[in-house]
Design a protein around this ligand. Sequence first.
Ligand SMILES: [Zn+2]
Ligand SMILES: [Zn+2]
Length: 286
Amino acid sequence: MSAFFCDCHTHTSHSPDGKDPALDMCRRAAELGLDVLTITDHCDCNYWLTAEEFERTAGQTIAVDREMYGSRDYSARSIDEVSGLKERFPFLMCGIELGQPLQNIGAAESITARRELDFIIGSHHQNAGRDDFYWIKYDKLDNGAINALLTDYFDEMLGMCGWGGFDVLGHLTYPLRYIVGDYGLSPDMERFDDVIREIFRTLVSGGKGIEINTSGLRQKYGRTLPDEKYLRLWRECGGEIVTIGSDAHCVKDLAAGTERGKELARECGFKYIAYYKERKPVFAAI
Ligand SMILES: [Zn+2]
Ligand SMILES: [Zn+2]
């Protein structure tokens, strides 16, 4: 076990699906002895509404859960609070998980311009005009429809990587948490190897990284996102930057699985993991 102990993907009650306040997450990180805690509350750009839009669309079902997502303020509030806590908790980094930036580029550019940010994870949780992969009923879909969803998933992700306004690609293979983990289906993933290679080359040429998201280890899926196959491919494609995050949405899950994540990185040949400070990678030996 290496001495360096970090969790670079965590949510607080500033995320619509987060449970515990930032202060509690920081106190727990101190108890656990984390060298780095990065708080990365959600900013799902496709749900970002201006104040006028928010008023104008009252009563309309324009989002899966308007009350949860229909405000632009929550990610800004997270940045305000977390950057304020950094003085008390020197191991704390201020980040966001930027969702679907190309579905509302104005929102993405506005939030990512915040100078307090140390770290930006770029994530793709839902295809344009579709629900989050979390909500989709996969048992109602045939193989062709699931392949089509995954094709759009990787194509949109490639577009996001070409845009590149983030530091690290979040939880590659996120839909498998549900398709494989919750529904027990086995989509043919080999058909996506080429596009994943192209995603990786695009990230490498932009100086970006990927994360090992350990949330799948404590869910039915039972694997990291992405898993070993893609971590090896990342290395083959010249990828060097890897961060590790639990994707904890509550104090209880903080740092869960991160030791296993480090082990996996080592098994795949990585000598270092990274965290980000002031939007630059800092490498720590593992
Ligand atoms: Zn996510
Ligand atoms: Zn997350």
